[in-house]
Design a protein around this ligand. Structure first.
Ligand code: PMP
Length: 434
């Protein structure tokens, strides 16, 4: 045991954090009183008092193969004993193996290369630089309900106002209408959303684009999936204007949708750049930009360095994650358990008037709460009450969406069929009376 003192008292933990964290890191507390976790195992978590929870959030989609997965732990332990860090000035086999294994997961027919970073936002920034450098253009299109990260570049691409700070963000970024059949301004008229792209290019840009960035299924936006046919047609317009397609797979990647390894594979599109993070490392700080070789090659003349990018420790975790996804057939599991969870949500939808819509694809699931199904008025206050109850009933979910009226579930991909009854019971008890 390392000789580090840890005070596990509830008051000590809360007091120390409140006293020493900056406001920017203190703010993100969803419950009325703090929830403290002491340990986890696969899809379960325990708080400091020993209460067990079923984790339907996976630490914000980071825990892909399960908490404290022994294969991941072993891979990192072995690496950490040999060498904790190796800067990219020097060669090491582990990150290069991982790059090879990661590109093997990409669709065939394109020569893919990898740049490892530490966080999704860093990877988004690099993808943006690649799009601008490769195309020679500046302007980018992004969706209004998007979340792409907190760095200035990623924040500029993010549409949701609560994530954008009062600072001069990047110019040349245009947020286009979100193709959301439930809440979007053109309803389910995919053609109207596509026409808006034409108008934006014609009336808000020099007529030339660096690219388009999209999440195949918006995560923080509340599990909003791109309608079929939208992306393919949108990408054609972007390429006609000189730009490239960047796909943000930070939440939807690694088999979570059940149907494919990547969310974009549902849309018959081959992007130039794919950004991945979170589940890639099962909690280890790791992210990647996977790009078509010629697009990445446009940066060959300039240095782009993330100190911990391509860390052997994080890449060992990443390799282990890929291995576990295969060995435990977690993509297939996501499809099976995801379908069962979707049925649960649909049953609740029948029963509780407050649920306006159920959205689900594999293990990306959400219910959107409204005070009236016709007007679709967001039921933010009730969402907060029901969210508090989910905690009391032993499940961890997230309150998401620009209107804070969506309960989002993105559990570790190792969640089992046996857990579905727990979810149903906990949600039933949480919704009772609404
Ligand atoms: N893209 C998406 C879709 C995300 O959900 C996030 C993080 N929530 C990011 C990018 C940014 O990743 P990070 O927080 O690792 O910088």
């Amino acid at each position: 045991m390392a000789d580090l003192d840890i005070d596990w008292s509830t008051d000590g933990i809360i007091g120390r954090r409140d006293r020493h964290y900056a406001a920017s890191q203190r703010a993100f507390v969803p419950y009325k009183t703090p929830l403290i976790f002491s340990h986890g195992e696969r899809q379960y978590l325990w708080d400091e008092k020993g209460k067990k929870y079923l984790d339907l959030l996976g630490m914000n989609v980071c825990i892909s193969v399960g908490h404290a997965h022994p294969t991941v732990t072993r891979a990192v332990e072995e690496q950490i004993r040999q060498l904790q860090h190796c800067t990219t000035m020097f060669y090491h086999p582990v990150p290069a193996h991982f790059a090879e294994e990661l590109t093997a997961r990409m669709p065939k027919g394109q020569d893919w290369v990898v740049h490892f970073t530490n966080s999704g936002a860093e990877a988004i920034d690099l993808a943006l630089i690649m799009a601008q450098t490769f195309s020679g253009n500046i302007d980018m299109l992004a969706l209004r309900n998007a979340y792409h990260g907190a760095t200035i570049g990623a924040q500029s691409l993010t549409g949701i106002s609560s994530f954008r700070h009062d600072i001069p963000l990047l110019g040349g970024i245009h947020h286009i209408a979100n193709p959301d059949p439930y809440r979007g301004i053109f309803g389910d008229d995919t053609g109207a959303y596509l026409a808006e792209i034409d108008r934006t290019i014609q009336y808000a840009t020099p007529g030339k684009l660096a690219g388009l960035i999209v999440e195949p299924i918006q995560g923080y936006g509340g599990i909003v999936e791109l309608p079929r046919g939208y992306l393919k047609a949108a990408v054609r317009k972007i390429r006609d204007s000189g730009g490239i397609c960047i796909i943000d797979e930070v939440q939807s990647g690694f088999g979570r949708t059940g149907d494919h390894f990547w969310g974009f594979e549902d849309h018959d599109v081959l992007p130039e750049v794919v950004v991945m993070a979170k589940g890639i490392g099962n909690g280890f700080p790791l992210a990647a930009v996977v790009a078509r070789r010629d697009v990445a090659e446009s940066l060959a003349k300039k240095f782009f360095f993330n100190t911990y990018g391509a860390s052997p420790m994080a890449c060992a975790a990443g390799r282990a994650v890929l291995k576990v996804i295969d060995e435990e057939k977690l993509q297939q599991n996501s499809k099976r358990v995801g379908a069962a969870l979707k049925s649960v949500l649909e049953r609740l939808h029948q029963k509780y008037e407050i649920i306006g819509e159920v959205r689900a694809h594999g293990l990306m699931l959400a219910v959107e709460l409204v005070s009236d199904r016709k007007s679709k008025m967001p039921a933010a206050k009730e969402t907060t009450e029901i969210f508090e109850r989910t905690r009391e009933n032993g499940i961890v979910v997230s309150k998401s969406g620009a209107n804070r009226n969506i309960l989002r579930m993105v559990p570790p991909m190792c969640i089992r069929m046996e857990d579905v009854a727990w979810v149903e019971e906990a949600l039933e008890r949480s919704f009772a009376g609404y």
